[in-house]
Design a protein. Sequence first.
Lengths: 84, 586
Amino acid sequence: MIKHVVDFFGDERHAKVRRRLFYLVLGLIVIADFLVFREHAEYLWERLPGWSALYGFGSCVLLIFVSKFLGHQCGLMRREDYYD
Amino acid sequence: MTDFVHPGLLFILGALPIPFLKGSVRKAYVLLIPTLAILAVLTMHPGSYGAARFIGQEILIAKVDKLSVLFATVFSIMALIGTVYALHLTRAGQHVAAFVYVGGALGVVFAGDYLTLFLFWEGMTFASAYLVFAQRSEQALRAGFRYLMVHITGSVALLGGIILHGFATGSLLFGPIEGGLGFATCLILAGFLLNAAVPPLNAWLTDAYPEATVTGAVFMSALTTKTAVYVLARAFPGTDLLVWLGTVMALYGVIYAVLENDCRRLLAYHIVSQVGYMVAGIGIGTEMAVNGAVSHAFAHILYKALLFMGAGAVIHVTGRRKLTELGGLYKTMPVTLALYMVGAFAISAFPFFSGFVTKSMVVAAAGQDHRALVVLALTMASSGTFLHTGLKLPYYMFFGTDQGLEAREPPRNMLVAMGMAAVLCIAIGVFPQTLYALLPHPVDFEPYTGVHVTESLGVLMFTALGFVIFLRALDPENTISIDTDWLYRMGARRFMWLAEKPLARYEKAVSDVSETAALPFLHGTARAGLRIDLHGVDAFVNAVARTILAGGGALRRLQSGVVTHYALAMIAGVIAAIAVFAVAWQ
């Protein structure tokens, strides 16, 4: 069973199904976020359906590019023999 | 029977016979000790045990309350899991070190006074360093040495703080520190923060953990930082500084994780990030925040151990640790991958996994405490957590480019240990009330609300979308990252350069000057002095002596002993006197 599930995620044959399933899940999450009951929202963004999706995506992109910028442009990343 | 058996001493004393046991007897024995320790923790009653006096101070070996029992429970469960994972080892050394290490951690958790705490704290340092040295490579020896040096420095600060604090308050009993941050308190806090790997004191962790043995790193990932979280929760709840340190820490670890190529170093940066949530929770200091922090420590120990076990299994099987050299293992190691993913879902806080019910408590507590910035920063960090441990690491390790590595599932004991941790990660996520009942304060928090589930899934799955879109930007690179260990690694090198080049040259120049100029001058002066002494002073003295001798001889001739001579001389004298008198009188 485990092998089948793992193969589904690894095998190139299932790439199309995988992608469709992924977008379906993304869509469902956003729809669900519009439907859930918000009883207590302290901050502005908590009242905004779909905010978490936007924030998650934004955070991810920001983290990737800020880190790579720090690594490449600010000299955090060095050759492996830097300390030798 | 006694009410209380110290589980720490059970481990430390229990470690002694291990080298003398062989084969299956040893295996049974090393499993027995953690099992007994779990029983000891589960059956203990709150109270104070082992009170004594030492050098005029009150000592309390064990103080049992809900907070200490919570940490002791997870430490001993983790010790059992870690021991199962390490069961295939043929050498006894690592078992002994791991047991002493766990014993030290349990000793700290129960310590009722600073001296006991310090003693076990040091025990942990040395035992854990062995787990790095046991890897035996040149790189590991160097990293282990740096690990030891940094921790000893931290311990000296801690001891200094303890002594000053003891003098100021007159008591060494360990408890919440009141009255603001004085010098003594700052030293104690610095010692604690160093072990919690709070930047800039974090580099020892990400330097040493990836160099430790496959089995040793599992223990290390669980114990040192979490004992530090425990002591912070005990002594410094509600310290505002910790909120900011923790928040920065959560993002710091995530940012470095993007750059990392070594699989276990990436996971180590996520320890820094996750401990950030705990430190921030302790800093907020409300009942809910402290509950969140310590429950997150509980969950973290299990899923982090699981992640380290998964990465360790890959290293054990393939002998490779860099993401650039791994890939395509999903075909040969599907069970390892599945178990690793349970840990990855747990650390990323997916619903029905342990992180979901603990991490969200810290974030919710920050929200209740009106700290919007902290909420946003911590949410961003959890996006980064899933990005690396849940997507980047498994993708490049198990999927990605197939490197054609010969691999198989790791030994059965490793899989069993991972399975145990995975079951607990899911169990905590599904039945959070069991964990909540162990927390130090009453829990008024429901993780499974509709909005919380959709929000978490939104953040996580859209992080996955970002990952899919920008996958190429995340390709691991064959580099290492400069962290604050640069200061002492390069600092030590600069110091050695200073000692070997300018200082040594100066020393040589000084000795050259003394040899070429000063010494000959001194020799010349000495010779001239000698000459003056011999030819001048001595000659003069001799001449004077000779003159006196000659004068004496001449005078001696006057003393002829003949009476007529004397009479003649007297008459001559009288005549001369008269003559002088006559002349002078005129």
